[in-house]
Design a protein around this ligand. Structure first.
Ligand code: SF4
Length: 326
C-alpha cells in the first residue's frame, strides 16, 4: 500500500465529509497510581504490582501499529498507566510507530515532565490531559491522583514545544449538562485541538453500575460541536452501542474510537460503524470489514526495519491478521 492510498485523511474534510476509526494502542496494563474509580486498572490493581508484569513487547506494539496502517485506521493515542515505561523505551516505541505509519503519535500517559516531553517531542503529535470529569468536586474524589493543575503544567510544556493538546472526557461519572460551561472554559483556556468523549462503561469491581443514555451522550457532543466548530471531536462507542454511530456523527463527532476493532473486525458492530457513517453522509476512510491484501513484509522493509526486528513484528502481525480474517 503506498502513501497516497485511498485511506489518507484530509483534515479539512473531517466532520463534514469523511470519517474514520481511531485505535488507542495500549502498551501496558500497569499503573503506578491506580486510583481512578472508574478505571479497569483500578479494578485489577491488586493483581499487578510491577510495570514488567503488564508490559507489551515492542514487536507486539509495532504489529498492532502495522494493522492500523494497513486497515487505514488512525492511532488515537499510545496509552499506558502512569510510570510504566522509561523515556528511552518510549522513544523506541514511538520511533517504530513513526516508521510504520509515517506519522507522529498522540500520547496519553498521564502527567509528563518537560524533560521527558522535550526528549520525545520529535515523535509526538500531541499530549492528552485526562480531565475525565468536568464536574470538579466529583473529579477530586474519583480521579484523586491526576490533579487539574498538573494537566495545566503539562500543557504549558506542550505549548513551549509546539505540541498539540487534547483532553479526554467520560460522560456519566456524575456530571450534569450544567457542567458544560466548565468543559467549555477548559477548551478555551488551554486552546485544545481535540477532545475524546467516552460514555461510561461500568467495570466490575468499580462503584459504577450504569452508563449514560444515548441522548445525554449525544447532547455533550453536540453542544461541544456547536460551541467549537473547528475542534476535532472523537467519540467512543462500544460493541453494544454501534447502532448509534450515525447519531454520534451527525451530533458532530469527526471519528469513532473505542471498539475493540481486532476482535470485532468484520462482525456486526464493525459493519454498523461503516453503515452508520454512510447514513450520516460520510465517506468512511479505511476498513473495519474487509482486510486489504498487502505485502506486510515489504511494507516493513520499506519502512526501514532490519530483517531481525521485521521478522519478530511479522510473527505477531500474522497472529493478529489471522484473528481479523477469521
Ligand atoms: S491514572 Fe490512568 S491508568 Fe491509572 S487508574 Fe487512572 S485512568 Fe487508570
Amino acid at each position: 500500500m503506498d502513501k497516497d492510498n485511498e485511506y489518507s485523511i484530509n483534515p479539512s474534510e473531517s466532520h463534514t465529509k469523511t470519517t474514520w476509526f481511531e485505535r488507542a494502542i495500549f502498551i501496558s496494563w500497569y499503573c503506578a497510581k491506580p486510583t481512578c474509580k472508574f478505571c479497569y486498572m483500578y479494578s485489577i490493581k491488586d493483581q499487578i504490582k510491577t510495570p514488567m508484569m503488564a508490559r507489551r513487547r515492542l514487536e507486539s506494539i509495532l504489529a498492532e501499529a502495522l494493522i492500523t496502517k494497513i486497515c487505514g485506521w488512525e492511532i488515537g493515542f499510545v496509552s499506558a498507566g502512569i510510570g510504566s515505561w522509561k523515556t528511552t523505551e518510549l522513544k523506541e516505541v514511538l520511533e517504530g510507530i513513526k516508521k510504520i505509519t509515517g506519522k507522529k503519535t498522540w500520547l496519553n500517559l498521564g502527567f509528563m515532565p518537560e524533560s521527558q516531553l522535550t526528549e520525545l517531542a520529535p515523535w509526538i503529535e500531541g499530549v492528552t490531559g485526562t480531565v475525565e470529569c468536568p464536574r470538579l468536586d466529583i473529579r477530586e474524589d474519583i480521579v484523586p491522583d491526576k490533579p487539574i493543575d498538573k494537566i495545566d503544567e503539562m500543557f504549558g510544556y506542550a505549548d513551549k514545544l509546539k505540541l498539540k493538546k487534547s483532553i479526554t472526557i467520560i460522560i456519566g461519572l456524575g456530571e450534569t449538562i450544567d457542567d458544560f460551561k466548565v468543559l467549555s472554559g477548559m477548551i478555551e483556556k488551554w486552546k485544545i485541538h481535540r477532545i475524546n468523549f467516552y460514555r461510561l462503561v461500568p467495570h466490575e469491581s468499580t462503584v459504577y453500575t450504569e452508563g449514560p443514555s444515548t441522548e445525554y451522550y449525544l447532547k455533550w457532543i453536540n453542544m461541544t460541536r456547536l460551541s467549537f466548530p473547528d475542534l476535532q471531536i472523537i467519540a467512543g462507542s462500544w460493541p453494544d452501542k454501534t447502532s448509534e454511530i450515525e447519531h454520534l456523527l451527525t451530533a458532530g463527532a469527526d471519528a469513532i474510537t473505542k471498539l475493540p476493532a481486532i476482535k470485532y473486525f468484520g462482525k456486526k458492530p464493525a459493519v454498523e460503524i461503516e453503515e452508520g457513517a454512510k447514513k450520516a453522509g460520510r465517506k468512511f476512510i479505511g476498513t473495519l470489514t474487509k482486510y486489504p491484501k498487502v505485502d506486510a513484509k515489504r511494507l516493513l522493509y520499506d519502512a526501514g526495519f532490519d530483517e531481525n526486528i521485521a521478522a519478530r513484528i511479522l510473527e505477531k502481525y500474522e497472529r493478529y491478521r489471522r484473528k481479523l480474517e477469521r
